[in-house]
Ligand binder design. Structure first.
Ligand code: NAD
Length: 304
């Protein structure tokens, strides 16, 4: 079963190997229906699906979960491994589009592109004076990257091409680690206190839950912009709202939220906040590639 519609172009090989149950585009299965048929499923492509313990209890024949993405944070992983169900994900496929969106968010926030678009379409008073929508440039600014894995490094490559100075913090690295690009290892607190843009690329695990909260906002400069397209709960959303209200930071761009798809109304009311609905991998190229790769994991499993 495939829990939500994904591009059929990527499913050709899988169709030759198994019977596929997938909803039509725009007509998602209800959670109730998925639970009802759980017992008949041998393999699952989990597309933004909460693999709950109730689902696992019912899915007695399930042998493999191929995650259509990278995050396995919405899965009762203990239960899954207890039931000897294999889990695979697609870390390589999602790197470039997610890094691209992080960078797009940073540009949009910094150059006020969303506000400018709104102005031209809705508020154009024809007084295009020289300081209209004055903004900040990325060139020569300090970018702090927290989480220097695949996506963090892909963001760094883009930032260097824009003439930014790149600092990173990652618990897996130290000052002695060398990278094939001009980046500087930093402590977590150095990044909070000294960089102009902070972008988050850690997974959501216990140690990163509310990694950025009240104290961290207090350490940031009030000219700093925060970008998060990792996972919502990495940032304490209420403390972000407080920091924005108190002008402790200059603005934020978010692709992910604590309780998706809920977004607090207050967050939508700041002009210096850019919001997107979890679009990191939402490109035609990547969605098709993901369908192909997620299928491939199942075919490989079937073929031993
Ligand atoms: P990755 O595993 O390659 O890199 C994550 C890095 O975070 C690792 O190097 C790890 O050492 C570091 N890390 C973990 N805990 C840390 C901590 N407490 N402090 C500092 N560093 C820590 O993962 P990736 O492929 O780069 O993906 C990063 C995250 O991006 C994913 O976990 C996922 O949640 C998110 N993501 C979001 C979207 C989207 O649509 N917005 C798409 C893909 C991935």
């Amino acid at each position: 079963m495939i829990t939500k519609y994904i591009p059929e172009k990527g499913l050709q090989e899988l169709k030759k190997n198994c019977q596929i149950i997938m909803p039509e585009k725009g007509k998602p299965f209800s959670d109730k229906y998925i639970l009802e048929i759980a017992a008949d499923i041998d393999a699952l492509i989990a597309v933004r699906f909460n693999v709950s313990s109730e689902f696992i209890n019912r899915a007695k024949n399930l042998k493999i979960i191929s995650v259509y993405g990278v995050g396995i944070d919405n899965m009762d992983i203990e239960k899954v491994s207890k039931n000897n169900i294999l889990v695979s994900n697609l870390p390589e496929v999602v790197t470039e589009p997610t890094a691209e969106l992080a960078f797009g968010l940073m540009l949009a926030l910094s150059r006020r592109i969303v506000e400018a678009d709104y102005f031209v379409k809705n508020e154009n008073d024809k007084n295009w004076h020289p300081f209209l929508l004055i903004s900040n440039e990325l060139y020569d600014k300090k970018l702090g990257i927290i989480g220097f894995g695949r996506i963090g490094q892909a963001v760094a490559r883009r930032a260097l091409a824009f003439g930014m100075k790149v600092y990173f913090y990652d618990k897996a690295y130290s000052n002695n680690d060398k990278f094939n690009m001009d980046v500087n290892y930093s402590s977590f607190f150095d990044i909070l206190e000294n960089t102009d843009y902070i972008t988050l690329h850690v997974p959501h695990v216990r140690s990163t839950h509310h990694l950025i909260s009240k104290n961290e906002f207090k350490k940031m400069k009030n000219s700093t912009f925060l970008i998060n397209n990792s996972r919502g709960p990495v940032v304490d959303q209420q403390e972000l709202i407080n920091a924005l209200k108190n002008k402790e930071i200059a603005g934020a761009a978010l692709d992910v939220f604590e309780n998706e798809p809920e977004v607090p109304k207050e967050l939508t009311e700041f002009k210096n906040v850019v919001l997107t609905p979890h679009l990191g991998t939402t490109t035609i190229e990547t969605k098709t590639k993901m369908a192909f790769e997620a299928s491939k994991k199942i075919i490989q499993f079937i073929n031993g």
